[in-house]
Ligand binder design. Structure first.
Ligand code: SAM
Length: 266
């Protein structure tokens, strides 16, 4: 029995692991563990990406908030998200097409084989997988109803998903945009860059959720574009499949920001 530790800003999260299931170094260093209490865990370049214990909170808040803030999303792009958790949630909506764009095929293949949180989403005939840098894809793609960014921290291959040009492409290519925007407590520098770059959208808002295995648990998201929170209950009723965490009350409550965070956003 061993311990996995992720360090950030002078502290760290320690998780007891039973065994390492797989490790490979390619585009990114990918490790998959079986943990003592949190189920399987995906780690990329030393950072926890998901555990089975709390991934539903993250993926449901990342996906259902933008999807249900759009009147009728039919065409959706997920940038990153190779583990398939966001894709699984997108397919609960009445979409015609879901394109998942990830730079690293290993994440998709290994998560399908050893983690399985996609629940066979990749086999769905509405799904198309593109192996590419997300920014390059957005520069040249057709328009989508919703674009969702499920990226790693902005170091290494994912830094393109955090720059201004990426947001400029996104603003032209979708009605509703949503990205995870890191920890506003211990990753302020990343959070500020995303807030700044999201100014290319006229309308945008920050929301938060508690994801226990992400740095200090408080996690942030940015929704932008032509979104509204009208008829959330009616839209939620139409969802195929249940949610573990998301509901319209949680959706609205997630936008209530404490004073210190309002200041950061302003
Ligand atoms: N939600 C997780 C988090 O915040 O820790 C991220 C999960 S998901 C596994 C992140 C995915 O983004 C990975 O599969 C990675 O390969 C992908 N990714 C990183 N940089 C990318 C880029 N430039 N274009 C497309 N996908 C990228």
């Amino acid at each position: 029995m061993d311990w996995f530790v992720e360090y950030y800003n002078g502290c760290g999260l320690t998780i007891k692991v039973r065994r390492k299931i797989y490790e490979v170094s390619g585009v990114q260093k990918i490790e998959i563990y079986e943990t003592e209490s949190f189920g399987k865990m995906l780690v990329i370049d030393g950072k926890i990406q998901l555990t089975e214990f709390d991934e539903a909170i993250y993926h449901e808040m990342l996906v259902h908030v933008p999807m249900l803030s759009h009147t009728h999303p039919k065409k959706v792009a997920i940038i990153g998200g190779g583990d398939g958790g966001a894709l699984r949630e997108v397919l609960k909506h009445d979409v015609d097409r879901a394109v998942l764009v990830d730079i690293d095929r290993n994440v998709i293949d290994l998560c399908r084989k050893y983690v399985g949180i996609d629940e066979r989403a990749f086999d769905d005939e509405r799904v198309e997988v593109v192996i590419s840098d997300g920014k390059e894809f957005l520069a040249n793609c057709e328009r989508f109803d919703v674009v969702i960014v499920d990226s790693t921290d902005p170091v290494g291959v994912s830094d393109t998903l955090f720059d201004k040009e990426f947001f400029e492409f996104a603003a032209k290519k979708c009605d509703v945009f949503c990205c995870q925007s890191q920890s506003p407590l211990v990753q302020k520098e990343y959070f500020k860059i995303l807030i700044e770059n999201s100014r290319v959208f006229e309308k945008r808002r920050v929301y938060t959720s508690c994801i226990p295995t992400y740095p200090l648990a408080l996690w942030s998201f940015i929704i932008a574009g032509n979104f509204d929170f009208d008829r959330l209950e009616e839209r939620f009723e139409r969802l195929r499949g249940k949610t573990k965490h998301y509901n319209p009350e949680v959706h609205r409550a997630a936008f209530a920001l404490p004073e210190w965070l309002k200041k950061e956003v302003e």
